[in-house]
Ligand binder design. Structure first.
Ligand code: ATR
Length: 283
């Protein structure tokens, strides 16, 4: 029999979620096993239907299902609707609620790791893919003052800016050339990389969206790339005198947000981080 809480994706072998989620459940004395379900796209609908069963609590949703599950749930939260992706499904008395915790996960990571509240900040987000979308929405809800979206393909940055423009909140879209970035990056106190630049094993592992000479010493630099832990971008932020913060925290805090909504309890954050760190060290 399947458990009442877990993560589903395909492939799923690499996920560390069960390790830190289980540590959290154990610490709170919740008698459940956090499982990992390898679900093929063609089996997704059947799997989601089982989430309505009595006793089922919640499922974390990862690649490639975050969009495909949208029509399969009964209700979307505002975050899921705005981001256009569901990364948690909660069973509320047989009704499935699709939610997105990447936004609050990111804000919490910024606060816990860098003590930074984006309210009133001038921010630059590099990239315009799925991760950028969640972060732009998060920064909008957090009340940033000014937001620039910089992307290699400027049309995508513009489309993202248009999607979230509302009232006084009007993100600026720009390309990623040095010239273009020099109009925004030096004045930003928050820089967030969501591009794949710097990713281990990728074609641009030694690349960075911005260099130290352009980055303000007052800036917090957050990298959604979490492998390696210290990317080229974060080293540039550090060299500029700014504060580097890394992507693993966003990943864990999206999970912690989901854990808290699933259990209705405050997560034992330190225990969950310790469990993950131990697992990463032992490979
Ligand atoms: P995710 O869902 O993780 O955000 P994605 O949707 O594939 O991933 O988005 C990847 C982002 O990295 C995009 O913003 C992409 O830029 P384009 O929209 O121009 O493709 C950016 N990216 C990938 N490789 C890049 C490179 N070599 N230089 C600059 N940006 C790059």
């Amino acid at each position: 029999m399947s458990s009442n809480i877990g993560v589903m994706g395909h492939p799923i072998g690499h996920t560390k979620s069960p390790i830190f989620q289980q540590a959290g459940l154990n610490e709170l004395g919740i008698d459940e096993t956090f499982e990992a379900w390898d679900v093929l796209p063609e089996d997704l609908e059947d799997k989601v239907a089982t989430f309505r069963e009595k006793g089922f609590i919640a499922a974390c949703v990862t690649l490639p299902h975050k969009q495909a599950v949208i029509p399969m749930v009964d209700e979307l939260t505002e975050a899921a609707e705005s981001v256009g992706a569901v990364n948690w499904i909660f069973n509320r008395d047989g009704k499935l609620i699709g939610h997105n915790t990447d936004c609050n996960g990111f804000l919490r990571a910024l606060k816990e790791e860098a003590g930074f509240d984006p309210k009133g900040a001038d921010a630059v987000v590099f990239g315009a893919g799925g991760a950028a979308r969640a972060i732009v929405y998060a920064l909008k809800t957090a009340g940033v003052n000014r937001l620039t979206i910089a992307n290699r393909t400027v049309e995508k940055a513009q489309a993202l800016a248009n999607d979230f423009s509302e009232g006084r909140f009007k993100p600026t879209a720009t390309g990623m050339s040095r010239d273009e970035l020099s109009n925004y990056v030096p004045y930003a106190n928050l820089l967030v990389n969501t591009t794949s630049l710097g990713m281990a094993g990728g074609p641009a592992e030694l690349a960075t969206p911005a260099t130290a000479d352009m980055i303000s010493a007052d800036a917090v630099g957050y990298d959604a790339v979490y492998a390696p832990p210290m990317t080229k971008f974060l080293r540039e932020v550090e060299e500029a005198g700014g504060e580097p913060a890394g992507g693993m925290t966003m990943l864990v805090f999206q999970g912690i947000e989901g854990f808290e909504m699933a259990t209705g309890k405050t997560a034992p954050v330190d225990t969950m981080f310790t469990a993950l760190e131990r697992a990463l060290k032992s490979g």
